[in-house]
Design a protein around this ligand. Sequence first.
Ligand code: IPM
Ligand code: MG
Length: 372
Amino acid sequence: MIKNITIILGDGIGPEVTKQSINVLNAVARRFRHNFHYNYGLMGADAIDKTGNPLPDETLQLCLKSDAILFGAIGHPKYDNDPSAKVRPEQGLLKLRKELELFANIRPVATYPALHHLSPLKTDRLQDVDFVIFRELTGGIYFGAKHLSEDKTQASDDCIYSKGEIERVSHLAFQQAQKRRKHLTLVDKANVLETSRLWRSVVQEIAPQYPDVRVDYMFVDNAAMQIIINPKQFDVVLTENMFGDIISDEASVLSGSLGLLPSASVGTKLALFEPIHGSYPQAAGKDIANPIGSILSAAMMLDYFEMHEEAALVRQAVEWTIENGFVTKDIDPSNFYFTTTIGEMISDFISSTSQQEQVNPGHVQLRKSTII
Ligand code: IPM
Ligand code: MG
């Protein structure tokens, strides 16, 4: 199969983790005889530095011509503490989401038994945690009118949702629930917000089309607590843009490291895949960032291309590294492997033709020399 993939390396650790995903995709292409063509576009602080624009038009055009986008990370500290900055890296990503109508952000949350000790939660709470968050991505308070009064003493951000916006992401979430444990939780604040009441009524209207899916409703403050005290109760979580942003970062701590989690943003035209972590500028260029979030995002891209066997092999390779202790510094600060080494191991695992070769103790010993 031939696929055109736009690569946006982005800021901070974005380039180094994305390069490992490209190596992994190349290993998949060789093994399964696919042709992946990459085109590179600029976005974020990197794009502002080079062009003055967080999303240059060339990048948008490139994305529109491609089958999917693989994106690294966005953000730079020089903008974070400057609320008066007129141009911000994040504007690039928000504009891309809006222009490409990437209306659903899908964030799976899984835990690895080998990493349970890293989570702030007790092991018994982590067993069997396996849920997926469907976050609406192109509406709500992120995209409503913004206002700052002349004297700069009052500000507002409008939160607006239309029935159609709620319906399209809800259908995707219900369909996913049907393929999983058939349980959907709508997270909202319907006791206070009009938009949340609209979400509830739309979801209640849609629910009868999916009679096999059990639906429940949870206020977001309670959901924030339930994710910590009883995360295994969730299967598919459906929510609006800002609640989804917050609870997905919260949920990521269950896995032990923010560096492990992938995401897909799907829309009407194409899809974008990115790790959920940020640009982590303190680690940039040091070869210590965790490439797994990006590599699992590439696996989600393979699933999107209907390359399910390929995606499963990538996930198997990732699990193999974690279970054998081949992990980056965020996971084991005293005995860690470099970003590039983990990427190579995963690519080698994919290229190997037999399980025997994949777990060759000789290879493992050789890699050990990379420990610092
Ligand atoms: C995310 C990020 C973005 C968001 C930022 C970088 C604009 O936090 O993808 O979750 O808030 O959506
Ligand atoms: Mg976020």
